[in-house]
Design a protein around this ligand. Structure first.
Ligand code: PEP
Length: 267
C-alpha cells in the first residue's frame, strides 16, 4: 500500500449543505448574517475555506450577493446532470452552474443515492460532467448501519470512491466527503477516531486509484451530525480536512462556531 504524506498543507474546508431549505430571500438574510458574524469575529482570514450549497433556485441570488459584497464564501450546487444540454426535463447542466460562478458541486449524497436511485455509475458520470465544466466535485461516500454491521466501516465507502474516480485524471481537483449514512441527521456522529480511520483509508484509495500526489493534495471531509461541540475533535485528526455540515449549517451561530473551530480549546 502506498504511504501518503498527510502533512499536505491542505486548506480546511467547512461546507454547508442546505438541502431543500431556505428560499432565495431567506438565503440573502442568512448569508449576510453569517458574513457579519464571521467578520465581527475577524474570521475571514482565509485560514479556513467556507462553502455553501443552497438549492438551485437560490444560486443566482446568492452569487450576486457574494460578488457585490465581496463575501469570501465558495458557492456550490447540490447536484448536477450527467448531460451537457438537451431534452432532459428538470436536469441542471454543469455549464449553467459554472456560469453562476459555482466552484463546487455535491455528487453522490446518500439522499440522492437512496431517494433517486443513483448508482455508482451515475455518480461517476456526474463527477466526469462536473470536471468537464470546471467544477470541483464533492464526492460523498458512506456506509449504512447495515453495511457497517456486515462489512465494517471502510469497505462500502472505499468501493464507492473507487467507482466515482473511474473517469478522473490524477491532476483533477476533487473533494471527498466521508458521510456514514447512519450519522446523517441522526444526532449520532461518528467518533473522531472512526472518522480518522475511514478518511485515512479513503486517502489511501485515492493514492491507489490516482497517485500519491493526488492523495496528499485532496481534501477529505467528514460529514454526519457535525456541530460546534464536536468539530474540534474531527479537525484534530490528520486525515480529516474539514466537514460537510447539514442541519447545523442552517443556524448562523452554530455554523459560524463550526467554522471558527480553531478558537475552540486545544486546536
Ligand atoms: C449531510 O446531509 O450531508 C449531513 C452531514 O447532514 P447532518 O449534518 O444534518 O447530519
Amino acid at each position: 500500500m502506498a504511504t501518503v504524506n498527510t502533512s499536505g498543507g491542505r486548506t480546511p474546508l467547512i461546507a454547508g449543505n442546505w438541502k431543500m431549505n431556505l428560499d432565495h430571500l431567506q438565503a440573502v438574510a442568512f448569508v449576510q448574517k453569517l458574513h457579519w458574524t464571521l467578520k465581527d469575529a475577524k474570521h475571514e482570514d482565509g485560514s479556513v475555506e467556507v462553502a455553501i450549497f443552497p438549492p438551485f433556485t437560490d444560486l443566482r441570488t446568492v452569487q450576486t450577493l457574494l460578488d457585490a459584497d465581496k463575501i469570501p464564501f465558495g458557492l456550490g450546487a447540490q447536484d448536477v446532470s450527467t448531460k451537457d444540454s438537451g431534452a432532459y426535463t428538470g436536469e441542471i447542466s454543469g455549464a449553467f452552474l459554472s456560469k453562476l460562478d459555482c466552484r463546487y458541486v455535491i455528487i453522490g449524497h446518500s439522499e440522492r443515492r437512496e431517494y433517486h436511485a443513483e448508482s455508482d455509475d451515475v455518480v461517476a458520470a456526474k463527477v466526469k460532467a462536473a470536471l468537464a465544466h470546471g467544477l470541483v466535485p464533492v464526492i460523498c461516500v458512506g456506509e449504512t448501519a447495515d453495511d457497517l454491521e456486515k462489512h465494517g466501516a471502510s469497505a462500502v465507502p472505499v468501493a464507492q470512491l473507487k467507482a466515482a474516480l473511474q473517469h478522473v485524471p490524477a491532476s483533477a481537483d476533487v473533494v471527498v466527503a466521508y458521510e456514514p449514512v447512519w450519522a446523517i441527521g441522526s444526532g449520532q456522529a461518528a467518533t473522531a477516531e472512526q472518522a480518522q480511520e475511514v478518511c485515512a483509508t479513503l486517502r489511501q484509495a485515492i493514492a491507489t486509484e490516482l497517485d500519491d500526489e493526488a492523495a496528499a493534495r485532496t481534501r477529505v471531509l467528514y460529514g454526519g451530525s457535525v456541530k460546534a461541540a464536536n468539530i474540534a475533535g474531527f479537525m484534530r485528526q490528520p486525515d480529516v480536512d474539514g466537514a460537510l455540515v447539514g442541519g447545523a449549517s442552517l443556524l448562523v451561530d452554530e455554523f459560524s462556531s463550526i467554522i471558527r473551530y480553531q478558537k475552540h480549546v486545544g486546536v
